[in-house]
Ligand binder design. Structure first.
Ligand code: NG1
Length: 414
């Protein structure tokens, strides 16, 4: 899970910005990645999810400009400099270019919020890319907050999360809204139950002796390539499956009266198991399985929330396991390396383990009691990473949501 850059203090980041641009930065932005504990591939089906923001983050120091020019450099010089003009219609860089996340936020702020001022900025990040830990949304959110600050615009977290989720589709992934909401609404030591349309976030305290270990499979889930196609295809399949189930005769007009024609509407009226049976009547194999994943995962999130509140680690772990099986078998979003990590985690004391994020590579998350966490970490290091995990293992620390502040204020606190 090699971080994109080694951490620098905020003061060092500001000095580097000055050295590179000759300017003094005035704002500091931070935006965390997230680990999804349960509720995978259902945010875009408007079902609630349960992630937590984590300690890995994108940080930016910036200075607003008087014109519409935007200039971003990265501490990691391999990323190169990106420059463009802020406007309501911005042609993208090449597919997969990191600058497109800044353009996504820029277009939103110019088009919908009247932003006219660009900025000079220096970016640093330690969220591994293509790992399912939401490095892309952290960058989009960080840039969104930078445009808001540079233009003196409002930055209500829920409003921004909704808008930036739409905005990020600029890069070509037809994604849901979990990542931006988790990034903006994170809370230390809390998981977040996130509900969509309308967006609502409920922080749920994490029991102090639970640990979530994140382990990278070493397989890149590159969302600008094949993983993007797989993701978009799954989303289209879910919509197709829903439309087919909604015309089943069992869903009589009486049953449907007042019911929104959505997965959430269906689940509120009919249990997940019954729905999966109905789906078998209307759908062929693959679509029926996609449907079954969505409704069963939706039900699991609600049970997981209850288990969290009750501090029931066994039930929570079991739900994580069921989630992984469903993602592997019904949603076909796993990868042999992820399955192997999940199995190893079980062998060495995890009470539950599953792929996290979009899958197709990236990371797993395993739940373990605090007293067993080091044993699990060491066993994975030995058995999966051949004795040298490097930065591939991380114990998640549920963290505060994204923020932007005057740089002077941050430095005064340091
Ligand atoms: P990743 O690829 O893990 O950042 C993606 C989507 C989420 C959600 C998950 C699967 C983006 C930006 N995010 O997350 O909205 O659908 O997959 O649960 O594409």
């Amino acid at each position: 899970m090699s971080p994109t850059s080694r951490p620098l203090t905020t003061a060092a980041l500001a000095q580097l910005f000055h050295a590179r641009t000759g300017l003094d930065a005035t704002f500091f932005v931070r935006a965390p990645g997230r680990v999804n504990l349960i509720g995978e591939h259902i945010d875009y089906n408007d079902l609630a999810v349960l992630p937590a923001a984590i300690q890995r983050e994108v940080r930016i120091v910036l200075r607003p400009r008087d014109d519409a020019h935007v200039r971003l450099t990265n501490v990691d010089e391999r990323f190169g400099t990106r420059e463009f003009e802020l406007s309501s219609s911005i042609a993208p860089f090449e597919q997969g270019d990191w600058g497109n996340y800044a353009k996504a936020a820029a277009e939103l702020f110019a088009r919908e919020r009247g932003a006219t001022r660009g900025f000079d900025a220096l970016v640093i990040g330690d969220i591994p890319p293509a790992a399912g830990l939401s490095s892309s949304s952290a960058l989009t959110v960080a840039c969104g907050l930078a445009f808001a600050a540079a233009n003196g615009l409002a930055r209500d977290p829920l409003d921004l999360a909704d808008a930036l989720a739409r905005a990020e589709r600029y890069v070509g992934t037809n994604s849901g809204g979990m990542d931006q909401a988790a990034c903006l609404s994170g809370r230390a030591d809390h998981a977040l139950r996130i509900e969509f349309r309308p967006l609502k976030v409920e922080p749920v305290p994490l029991p102090s002796d639970w640990r979530f270990l994140i382990a990278h499979s070493g397989v890149q889930a590159d969302k600008s390539g094949a993983a993007r196609e797989a993701y978009n295809t799954r989303r289209a399949e879910c919509a197709q499956a829903l439309a087919a189930v909604l015309i089943d005769p069992e869903l009589t007009p009486e049953l449907q009266a007042g019911m929104p024609p959505t997965y959430r509407g269906l689940l509120a009226r009919i249990g997940a198991e019954r729905l999966a049976w109905i789906a078998l009547r209307q759908l062929d194999g693959a679509l029926a399985r996609r449907f079954r994943h969505v409704v069963s995962e939706g039900a699991r999130v609600e049970r997981a929330r209850k288990a969290l509140v009750a501090g029931d680690i066994e039930i929570f772990g079991q739900l994580m396991d069921d989630s992984h099986t469903s993602l592997a078998d019904d949603y076909e979003a796993s990868h042999p390396a992820l399955d192997r990590l999940v199995a190893l985690a079980h062998q060495h004391g995890a009470l539950g383990a599953r792929l996290t994020g979009a899958g197709f590579g990236g990371c797993i998350v395993a739940l373990v009691r605090e007293r067993d966490a080091e044993r699990l970490r060491a066993a994975l290091e030995r058995d999966f990473y051949g004795g040298n995990a490097g930065d591939a293992l991380l114990i998640a620390r549920a963290s505060a949501g994204a923020s932007v502040e005057p740089l002077a204020q941050v430095l005064a606190r340091a």
